[in-house]
Ligand binder design. Structure first.
Ligand code: CU
Length: 487
């Protein structure tokens, strides 16, 4: 494993820039190859910087009070996944104001096209790998057969193609797609490979939620750029943190809005950063859904914190605002301005902010098995570093189980499961409560230090190989991941 990893890291990118960071807990028991890898990466980072003739000096996020030129928010093109040719390849894109950046892109778009389908449709996507390294596509939140899950075992070699085929048999929700290759997920996502996947159904349609121009996907992430303005990846074992926020691949974005109700489909697309969303005018969000679709009832909230891989379905009401008003979507954690809403047009659009019952969610009950998963250090689950060939446990199809996630340190760890959604039951230690955005169906739940989170889960759809992992992508790449089999 050790030599294999070393070779793989070398293949990735000789100029990548990786710093090591000590774990806050004892590293005793941390397998050898991790320290070998971090050492190797640090050595390569030095070599890369020498070759490049110096260290780049990316400009930080704008300071408060600075006048910022705002760029129209990019809206990725919509696409049907019915019979779609998807390429992953280097591209040059405008991230706003004519600033051209070299990125990795799906079909030349950063973010990739937004897939939109109805429950009951069939997805058939042919990926062609135009990268210089292997990749896969994982359909995060989609319940798909193992062959379509983008497991690192199903790596697609440079120049090769892979056909992802799956029926869409789940409720309306916002999911997303991104690479999941062995130990290179963090790099490929940070360099631009991600896109939204929206599923619609009749239950959702009956609510008459804002649609068309009033339904806007927002992929929020952080990023780093070199002095030429190209996206770069500088991994840290504690997680990649960029210094520039991007929404839909747009720097300093603005969105012209009408005096109407909007539905924002929000994805935390960062590798490691948590965002705490709020509106600058003190207005509140109406939260109507999350990872697995609509909640039973809406919640009105001033602040919402979410972590890599989590999704939010938010209603924002601009009806009472005067034309000319500017409202900023902010991240209270970093102090960043994420997206400026400019109220530019007075309209009268029918519609109301949803209240009351949105959806029916049948609770999972009576687990027959309890499993414990300790997210240890920065690279292990239950003491073990991921081994692509090792199956760590087996889960009977159709059996309700209680999974208990714990962590001894080095959080945040967003715990993510493939192959099924779960229902969060409790959080003890740490923050000690469940939040309104953790109701309903989830596939990613945040563990902070000292926390134990219990979920109920049942795999109803497919037998086969799936993954449990930390969605801090650097932790995932270092081995905080586990293979399991639904039998
Ligand atoms: Cu983690």
């Amino acid at each position: 494993m050790m030599e294999e990893d070393t070779v793989r890291i070398k293949q990735i990118d000789e100029k990548r820039n990786i710093e090591t960071q000590q774990e806050t807990e004892s590293t005793q028991g941390e397998p050898n190859h991790i320290s070998r890898r971090t050492f190797l990466r640090a050595a390569m980072a030095s070599a890369g910087m020498l070759a490049a003739g110096g260290v780049s000096l990316p400009v930080g996020a704008a300071k408060p009070g600075t006048v910022v030129t705002r760029n129209p928010l990019k809206i990725p093109p919509a696409a049907s996944p019915g019979n779609f040719a998807l390429s992953a390849a280097p591209a040059t894109v405008d991230i706003g104001g004519g600033k051209l950046s070299n990125v990795l892109a799906y079909n030349g778009f950063f973010p990739g096209p937004t897939f939109r389908a109805n429950s009951g449709d069939v997805a058939s996507v042919l990926l062609t790998n135009g990268l210089s390294e292997e990749t896969t596509v994982h359909w995060h939140g989609m319940i798909v057969p193992t062959s379509a899950d983008g497991h690192p075992r199903d790596a697609v070699a440079p120049g090769a193609s892979y056909s992802y085929q799956f029926p869409i048999q789940q409720r309306a929700c916002l999911n997303w797609y991104h690479p999941h290759p062995h130990m290179m997920t963090g790099e490929q996502v940070a360099l631009g490979l991600a896109g939204a996947f929206i599923v619609n159904d009749a239950e959702e349609a009956a609510l008459g939620l804002p649609s068309g121009a009033y339904e806007v996907p927002l992929i929020i992430r952080d990023a780093k750029f070199d002095s030429s303005g190209n996206l770069i990846y500088t991994a840290k074992s504690s997680g990649f943190l960029g210094n520039i926020p991007l929404v839909n691949g747009t720097r300093d974005p603005k969105l012209d809005v009408d005096t109407a109700i909007y539905r924002f489909r929000v994805l935390c697309g960062s590798n490691a950063r948590l965002f705490k969303l709020a509106l600058s005018n003190g207005a509140q969000f109406t939260l109507i859904g999350n990872d697995g679709g609509l909640l039973e009832t809406a919640s009105v909230l001033g602040q919402i914190e979410f972590s890599p891989g989590e999704r939010l379905d938010l209603i924002v009401d601009f009806r009472g605002l005067a034309v000319g008003t500017k409202v900023m979507l902010q991240d209270l954690n970093s102090g960043w301005n994420l997206l400026e809403f400019n109220v530019t047009r007075q309209v009268s659009v029918a519609g109301t902010v949803p209240t009351g019952t949105l959806s029916t969610i049948t609770p999972l009950t009576s687990p027959v098995t309890t499993r414990e998963f300790s997210f240890d250090g920065m690279s292990r689950i239950n003491g073990k570093v991921y081994d692509i060939n090792r199956i760590d446990f087996q889960v009977p199809l159709g059996q309700t189980e209680l999974w208990r996630f714990t962590t001894g340190g080095n959080a945040p760890h967003p715990a993510h499961v493939h192959g099924a959604s779960f229902q969060v039951q409790s959080r003890s230690g740490g923050r000690g409560v469940l939040f309104p955005w953790e109701r309903g169906w989830k596939d990613t739940v945040l563990l902070q230090d000292g926390e134990t989170v219990e979920v109920l889960i049942r795999f109803d759809a497919y037998r086969g190989l799936y993954l449990l992992h930390c969605h801090k992508l650097e932790h995932e790449d270092m081995g905080m991941m586990s293979n399991f089999e639904v039998i």
